[in-house]
Design a protein around this ligand. Structure first.
Ligand code: DGL
Length: 283
């Protein structure tokens, strides 16, 4: 069996990279739905349908566990698929399969609290607010998942989300660095204007943005902590696998990269980020 990693495009490679670091012997199949990227401007129904199709493709490829390495798919589709589609699909398949996302580990990292923890609502005045900025796709921003889930756990964290409608597409298309830098600077400035000052901490809440994390670091005040979504996810998946031996991750260190889009070499950002060129096979 293998672990599947799914994204609309190359962004999920940031999570995949961290997963490979933690689980070097596991077999991985990565699927980029590049025929349909970007997801961030799509309707909820489209995102649910595309995410389900991606999961099915990865289960067909021999995966037992699929990680949605895509905030948009995880925010919009995961709960719905877990509740309405996965139980029947699992029964029909006759073997244990599961789909997990990246939002739960990110919220745990951002709050410093386990997912099960929900704060008791107390009327006390919060003395000091920790202002957390989230950069994400419009669909993730609209879902308000980060605001809702963090607010349930921490009253001393104020979440401000900035939708970045074009950024995943620019990264997917390997836009010139000057164009990417200008877009990132624009989003950081817009968020800071809305807050009235720069955020104290930030989450790059779209896995594509992680590939250009250096541009966010340059645009934010020096030293602004970035909550590292890929690392938080990889740690959580390692713990999950230790607790769930039924999702056997393989032992041969296999790496397959599939795309619904144009197969072959991926863009230069990928080679620079991954450390070597990656070739994708047709899904
Ligand atoms: N990388 C994805 C995310 O984390 C999706 C970007 C997109 O397709 O718009 O949201």
């Amino acid at each position: 069996m293998a672990i599947g990693v799914f994204d609309s495009g190359i962004g999920g490679l940031s999570v995949h990279h961290a997963l490979v670091g933690r689980l070097p012997d596991a077999d991985f199949v990565y699927l980029a739905d590049q025929a349909n990227t970007p997801y961030g401007g799509r309707t909820g129904e489209e995102i649910v349908d595309l995410t389900r199709a991606g999961c099915e493709r990865l289960f067909d490829a021999g995966c037992s566990l699929v990680i949605l390495a895509c905030n948009t798919a995880a925010a919009v589709a995961l709960r719905r698929l877990q509740q309405t589609w996965l139980p029947g699909y699992r029964r029909a398949l006759g073997r244990p399969v599961n789909v997990l996302g990246i939002i739960v580990p990110t919220i745990e990292a951002a709050t410093g609290l386990p997912w099960e923890h929900e704060a008791e609502r107390r009327g006390d005045k919060v003395e000091q607010l920790d202002v957390l900025g989230i950069f994400s796709t419009p669909a993730t921003t609209r879902s308000r998942v980060y605001e809702i889930e963090i607010d349930k756990r921490r009253q001393d964290v104020a979440v401000f989300s900035e939708p970045c409608p074009d950024l995943a597409r620019l990264i997917e298309q390997d836009a010139p660095e000057a164009e990417l830098r200008a877009a990132v600077e624009g989003h950081v400035a817009a968020l800071s204007r809305r807050i009235g000052r720069p955020p104290d901490r930030a989450i790059l809440g779209c896995t594509h943005y992680e590939i250009t994390a250096a541009l966010f670091r340059d645009a934010l005040p020096p030293g602004t902590p970035l909550i590292h979504q890929p690392l938080a996810t990889a740690e959580a998946i390692e713990v999950y696998l230790a607790r769930h031996p039924e999702f056997e991750p393989g032992t041969r260190g296999g790496r397959r990269f599939l795309t619904t889009g144009r197969p072959g070499a991926q863009n230069g950002l990928v080679s620079r980020f991954w450390g070597e060129p990656l070739t994708f096979d047709p899904a």
